[in-house]
Design a protein around this ligand. Structure first.
Ligand code: 5AD
Ligand code: SF4
Length: 455
């Protein structure tokens, strides 16, 4: 979502003359868009700011001013503290106020050199009117686009800062989402990934402004699939408790909905899931996955794991390892539990020592990686539709994604850039595949099932 938000900040600033630069040295303004989900992400801010301070001073010696802004969830959580610790920061803004950036920039330039240190602008409000109503129309960049449909979260998992930094759950109305999807599709986008911190809690108004007209993600996906040019749909990140029947059925009915779902589980132990306030048990997860597979037998899953949550015993951790073996996720993100200030988890007594967390993480990651490699190897000899959206390092090479998001490197003519074409997978690596063009390459393939090549 930070990628989407950063793009939108660039859109907001374009009308007042800002364009993206390659680096901070020739930038009149630098915005650091931050993430607060784990300490490691948040910690990067101050080291990055130190570097920017030097650039700002160096540029000033040459008569050039540099506006420094800190955006995102660290800004939301730490607010004025950032200006106190780094008085050369001009603007601190939260994820819900970036539509006001032009005003903030104007205020900074009005103050000019007269601005006192420690007097940076702070805007971390949660405005009543959503920012989306004030953002310029989105234009297509590339062939695959993110589209934010939902923000915030009401689940309050005990490890997570999102409900505090992004605020209460909010869904954009259908017509706004559809208008944005149409705009990017008209600009050549073929694949849309719907975004939300808890995206399947989506319940947008089908008639804008009419309370009571809300409908869920399943219906939204069905409507988006009708848009000309949209050939692939995905959504992330989901909560198992919000996998409604309608959404599950959409996985079977909507060919554009890719057979790959990120469905975080976090832990394999019911005891830990309960301490995490996850609102589901392992059996609930199993039932959801069974239903998804009934609807879409070729569906594969990816997941998120946290190891070393307070109170996690060897037995709890073994249950997580068993779960990773059972579900054979084809991709996964796993993290050491990181206590976040203000969350209930941070106050729990039985925190797990870092050394034990590291040991468990290494064991889990080895297993998860093995699952990923096994799947990549199983894909060899399949013919799959690939959306080519990058140029490879080698001459004449294009890189694209399979329905399962695996990157594939293929020698292909330049006219396939931005197209979906069939590729036979020929080599498996840990994080990518090699392939060659197969079949009628100029026609977009039905982006549904992996077709085994007969010998
Ligand atoms: N510590 C470690 N991992 C976390 N995540 C969220 N909060 C924390 C935390 N405090 C992970 C979860 C979530 C993903 C986005 O980040 O696995 O699904
Ligand atoms: Fe955080 Fe996701 Fe839990 Fe919401 S559902 S509190 S975003 S981990």
């Amino acid at each position: 979502m930070n990628v989407y938000d950063s793009d939108r900040m660039a859109d907001v600033l374009a009308p007042i003359g800002y364009v993206a630069t390659d680096g901070p040295d020739d930038a009149d303004m630098v915005i650091i868009n931050t993430c607060h989900i784990r300490e490691k992400a948040a910690e990067k801010l101050f080291s990055e700011l130190g570097r920017l301070r030097n650039i700002k001073e160096h540029r000033l010696e040459h008569g050039k001013a540099t506006v420094i802004a800190v955006a995102g969830c660290v800004a939301q959580a730490e607010g004025a503290e950032i200006i106190k610790r780094a008085p050369y920061v001009d603007i601190v803004l939260g994820p819900q106020t970036y539509h006001r950036l032009p005003e903030m920039v104007a205020r900074v330039s009005r103050a000019g050199k007269g601005r006192q240190k420690n007097k940076g602008i702070l805007d971390i409000e949660f405005p009543d009117e959503p920012k989306f109503d004030h953002l310029p129309e989105v234009t297509a960049k590339g062939f695959s686009a993110f589209l934010s449909v939902q923000e915030g979260c009401d689940k309050f998992c005990t490890f997570c800062v999102v409900p505090y930094t992004r605020g209460a759950e909010f869904s954009r109305p259908f017509e706004d989402v559809i208008a944005e999807a149409r705009a990017v599709a008209a600009g050549g986008v073929k694949e849309i990934t719907l975004l939300g911190q808890n995206v399947n809690a989506y319940h947008g108004e089908t008639v804008k402004g009419e309370t009571g007209s809300e409908a869920g993600l399943g219906r939204l996906i069905r409507q988006l699939a009708e848009i000309d040019g949209i050939q692939r749909l995905r959504y992330t990140t989901s909560h198992p408790a919000d996998m409604t029947e309608d959404l599950i059925t959409a996985h079977g009915d909507v060919a554009e909905l890719m057979p790959f779902l990120h469905l975080p589980i976090q832990s394999g132990s019911d005891r830990i899931l309960s301490r995490m306030n996850r609102h589901h048990r392992i059996d609930d997860y199993r039932r959801v996955v069974d239903k998804l597979l009934m609807a879409r037998p070729d569906l594969k899953l990816s997941s998120d794991f946290i190891v070393g949550f307070p109170g996690e015993s060897d037995k709890d951790f073994e249950a997580t390892m068993d779960l990773a073996r059972e579900f054979q996720f084809i991709q996964a993100y796993s993290f050491k539990y990181s206590p976040r200030p203000g969350t209930p988890g941070a106050l729990m007594q039985d925190q797990i020592p870092e050394a034990l967390q590291s040991e468990r993480l290494a064991a889990l990651q080895a297993l998860l990686e093995q699952n990923q490699i096994t799947f990549n190897q199983q894909c060899v000899d399949s013919v799959v539709p690939v959306l080519f959206d990058r140029h490879g390092r080698k001459d004449g090479q294009l890189v694209g994604r399979t329905p399962y998001m695996q990157p594939v490197h293929v020698q292909a003519p330049p006219n396939l850039f931005g197209q979906i074409a069939a590729a036979k997978l020929t080599a498996a690596h840990a994080n990518s595949l090699g392939g060659e063009l197969a079949g009628s390459v100029n026609h977009p393939m039905p982006t549904s099932e992996i077709e085994r090549v007969s010998a």
